[in-house]
Ligand binder design. Structure first.
Ligand code: URA
Ligand code: SF4
Length: 186
């Protein structure tokens, strides 16, 4: 079997019109980071700044992600890989629709298949539900480690939830990030 390269998939995504989100985006946001990453973050969908720049998690949520990554894992984003389940920004930052998530999921699957991270951290309900194939919410799912195709999957809250200031969310995220560190560094 000939495996597609990450760059080849990126080219496909940059030209993708498989779902209606292609009509509203400035550009798709494929993902960034190291192909050898031990840790991969999966978020929901690009926001305004991501849509403008083509880079994932660079707005307020992204700043918090960078902070937690540094403080809990002593890593910067170049050492991991960051992407989203949906590559194009939904208008007005609405939730992605099931059929949009469905159209986009093969790209994420291919990214995961190439990177094969030791640990996947899913950020929030949408990413967690997609990978664990469940309808259960993140509050119930987090706190445990799951298996996803040879990787350890750690579900946690979306940084946007921590920014909204709900009690305990940030501390829970720190706990989840420390679990990732334990698995990666033993
Ligand atoms: N929120 C996400 O889920 N993904 C991004 O890339 C930015 C914000
Ligand atoms: Fe294609 Fe995904 Fe963008 Fe839809 S969201 S147009 S499936 S890249």
């Amino acid at each position: 079997v000939v495996t597609k390269t990450l760059d080849r998939i990126k080219q496909e995504v940059l030209g993708c019109t498989k779902c209606p989100l292609s009509e509203h985006r400035k550009q798709p946001v494929f993902g960034v980071g190291s192909i050898n990453a031990d840790l991969m973050f999966i978020g929901e969908a690009p926001g305004a700044e991501e849509d403008r720049t083509g880079l994932p998690f660079i707005g307020r949520s992204g700043k918090l992600l960078d902070t937690l990554l540094f403080e809990e894992l002593n890593m910067d984003r170049s050492m991991c890989y960051i992407s989203n389940i949906v590559k194009c920004r939904p208008p007005e930052n609405r939730d992605p629709k099931p059929e949009e998530i469905d159209s986009c999921r093969p790209y994420l699957k291919e990214q995961l298949g190439i990177i094969e991270p030791k640990v996947i951290i899913t950020l929030g309900n949408f990413a967690t539900r997609l990978l664990l194939e469940t309808k259960t919410g993140i509050t119930k799912l987090r706190g445990k480690i799951y298996e996803y195709s040879g990787s350890s999957l750690i579900p946690t809250f979306h940084p946007a939830a921590a920014l909204r200031g709900r009690k305990g969310v940030l501390e829970a995220m720190r706990t989840d990030f420390r679990k990732a560190k334990e698995i990666i560094y033993g």
